[in-house]
Design a protein around this ligand. Sequence first.
Ligand code: FE2
Length: 297
Amino acid sequence: MTTEAAARRRGPYGMEYARIEVPDLAASIEFLQYHVGLQLEQHDDEYAFLRADIEHHSIELVAAPQREASWTTAVGFSVESDAVLDDLRERVTAAGHEVLELADRVKGLVQRGFAVKDPNGLIVELFTEFAEYAEPPLIELRPLDLVHPFLATEKYEETLRFYTEVLGFLVSDYVGDVTAFLRSEDRYHHSLAIQRNKEFYVAHLCFMMKSFDHVMRGRARAQYKQVPIASDLVNHSASTSIAFYMHDPVHGPRYELCDRHRVFTPEEHETHRARRMSVDPRNIDVWRPAADDWGRF
Ligand SMILES: [Fe+2]
């Protein structure tokens, strides 16, 4: 490892969960079970925890009957050690952000942690030792991991600075000055993405399935139940994953089911220079035949 890499202040490890307010809790539980393959572990009238693999949960649904559509309020990222957590807290404080408490339901599921609001008001919870189960769910068609949130924001530069300069995410690639893919210490090509937009919203959450076959089975279920497929099969240029996106706004942001999201080697993680790709659909999906083929995103 080079001196530069050894001196790098580390970022969060990886995404663990999203917290989503939904108008109809029971219907959204059913949606996530059938269409994403999550297992319901714990719930009452107020909330539900659903998991993908051994981590305690990937999605926390919160009942919000006053809402017409869902709204993602928080994302949770694990941190490797107390030392990194303390360093992150120091950087957050030094940058003038308020250090907040973790949500009550999360406090008992981690060892230590804190929360901070990003420039859009999205709560980012950071913690060590997220609780886990001894066994993965006994469901064959399920995701292995929640990989990333994709944030659309009217504060693109400010958001990019927050996640890179304060929280220590590394830039993997840019598409023009429109999209930035950021990675954390789990070395996925991106554990967070930011897109310039007219307003803020969590645009999608990406789940990694076991295989392309399982992505296609998820797609078949979406077609069978007529869940809108917001973007059909895409062969991602930057992260090399193949995915589709489904979207029913009452149940959450778009859910991306993917196969083979690129994972950097430890060496690539320390040495990769962010590529600057032009704003061309082929730099998002290598299966686009021409520079003007934007229509199907
Ligand atoms: Fe994605």
